[in-house]
Design a protein around this ligand. Structure first.
Ligand code: BGP
Length: 479
């Protein structure tokens, strides 16, 4: 649809930016923090580990001052579960509590609204040793952790997110999930874990409404529209299949408290069905989100059966990369999209897909939306005078924000946008050289240098855009 005039971003729109605890904090074993699955995982030796990352734990005051200068209305960050409960479910760690008290106070002092993710990939290792999400006891541990966070910080936090990208943890269980290597019947195990996470999420949403009646809480999956590789009806069915398996399974459970019919048939056909009880279904029905947060990097394209070149090499990449669809030859097969460009890491760039995704989610669930991740990973270079000319990032963000304005004009109730990431941090599986931030952190994969912070060109561009409540989309800016 083409419009004569576009609706403006609503007043009070939450312009923000995001991080997650394990990717930005560092201090992995300080002040009583327990290890998480991330601290026990094996990463490629040429890439940075997660022990120091951006050292935000020690430098948060300076970082928050920079976010205030950037003009953020909201800052999305996560609480490291094992900083509050080193064993996941035992004694509360007072130093962990004190850190998040200080962090939240600092954020509020600058007039920024905290947007808190309860769980972003970093399950406490002690829980993993007892079976992690395969063990139903983890559900109660998560509820306890969530209740503690609501009780401790609920007087200053109005917006909560339950679980980051639960769908990616299930779909990419080998890379960012909680599947111990060598697990027999991995897919069935993952769908049982998924069911347990859904119950944990429902309990957290119920607890939030009970303890903090004026706060708002929502899920934070990675949702992307799925295109058929062609107008062949079989390809459309494949796209439909993948959309249910990748997207709607997770949001139907979170919002309607029921399993998506097609995804259920898929699990039944493959022998992946989780065991569930009647009480589970009651609980799922009671847990209701107030809004939907979602992460979007690019659209996905699938075909019914198109053979692809280099299938084996492609398969290896798909296992490693959360943004690629993968394949299940009877259901969908990841396909190329000749209409889209790639970034330096092979991820597609599709701003229009963000508008499509907003429309699809809003039409299905009629809940307010906030984008909690979107951004360009790039090999940014520090140049003379500590300048970082990240023009590609500016273009990427501008193009996506333009599509958001179109989505708002389409009638979508969007209340915020938080690009990934507020500051450079360590990528899930591609090191610190894959940078996303508005603020550059001076370090390499293994050389920590001085960890100094430098404002990138995109910092000034986003600052101007926020000041104009989204009306300054032009990409040129003096730097
Ligand atoms: C999402 C995660 C983030 C983040 C982002 C970018 O899947 O929620 O934690 O890292 O993707 O991905 P990557 O770091 O792999 O480039």
């Amino acid at each position: 649809m083409h419009y004569q005039t576009l609706a403006p971003f609503p007043p009070g729109f939450l312009w923000g930016a995001s991080t997650s605890a394990y990717q930005v904090e560092g201090a992995w074993n300080e002040d009583g923090k327990g290890p998480s699955v991330i601290d026990r995982a094996q990463f490629a030796p040429e890439l940075s580990d997660f022990t120091v990352t951006s050292d935000h734990y020690h430098r948060f005051a300076g970082d928050i001052a920079l976010f205030a200068e950037l003009g953020l209305k909201t800052y999305r960050f996560s609480i490291a579960w094992s900083r509050l409960y080193p064993d996941g479910d035992g004694e509360l760690n007072p130093q962990g509590v004190a850190f998040y008290q200080r962090l939240i106070d600092e954020i509020r002092r600058h007039g920024i609204e905290p947007l808190v993710t309860l769980y972003h990939f970093d399950l406490p290792w002690a829980l993993q040793l007892q079976g992690g999400w395969s063990n139903p006891r983890t559900i109660a541990a998560f509820e306890r952790f969530a209740r503690t966070a609501f009780e401790l910080f609920g007087d200053r936090v109005n917006f909560w997110l339950t679980i980051n990208e639960q769908n990616m943890m299930i779909l990419k269980g080998d890379v960012i999930g909680t599947l111990p290597p060598g697990t027999p019947d991995p897919q069935k195990t993952l769908y049982q874990q998924n069911h347990h996470m859904m119950l944990a999420q429902a309990r957290a949403m119920i607890a939030c409404h009970e303890l903090l009646p004026s706060a708002k809480i929502g899920p934070a999956p990675n949702i992307s529209c799925v295109y058929p590789a062609s107008s062949r009806p079989e390809d459309v069915i494949a796209a439909n299949n993948y959309s249910s398996i990748r997207n709607w399974l997770y949001l139907d459970l979170a919002c309607h408290g029921r399993y998506n019919a097609l995804a259920w048939r898929f699990m039944a056909e493959k022998g992946y069905l989780p065991s569930i009880t009647a009480q589970d279904l009651d609980l799922l029905a009671q847990g209701r989100p107030d809004f939907i947060a979602f992460n979007y990097y690019a659209s996905t394209t699938v075909a019914a059966d198109a053979p692809r070149e280099n299938a084996a090499a492609q398969r290896a990449r798909e296992i490693e990369d959360q943004q690629l669809p993968g394949m299940d030859s009877a259901v969908y097969i990841g396909a190329d999209n000749p209409h889209l460009e790639h970034n330096q890491f092979g991820w597609y760039i599709d701003p229009v897909g963000l508008r499509v995704t907003c429309r699809e989610i809003y039409e299905r669930y009629h809940l307010p939306l906030i984008v909690t991740e979107n951004g360009l990973g790039a090999f940014d270079k520090l140049t003379a005078g500590n300048k970082i000319h990240d023009d590609d990032r500016i273009r990427y963000l501008s193009d996506h924000i333009r599509q958001l304005q179109l989505a708002i004009t389409d009638g979508v109730a969007l209340f915020g946008y938080c690009p990934w990431s507020a500051i450079d941090l360590v990528s899930t599986h591609q090191g610190i050289s894959k940078r996303y931030g508005f603020v550059y952190v001076n370090r390499d994969e293994h050389d920590l240098k001085d960890l100094a912070r430098h404002r990138k060109k995109s910092f000034f561009w986003y600052q101007r855009l926020i000041k104009a409540n989204g009306q300054r989309l032009e990409t040129d800016i003096e730097y």
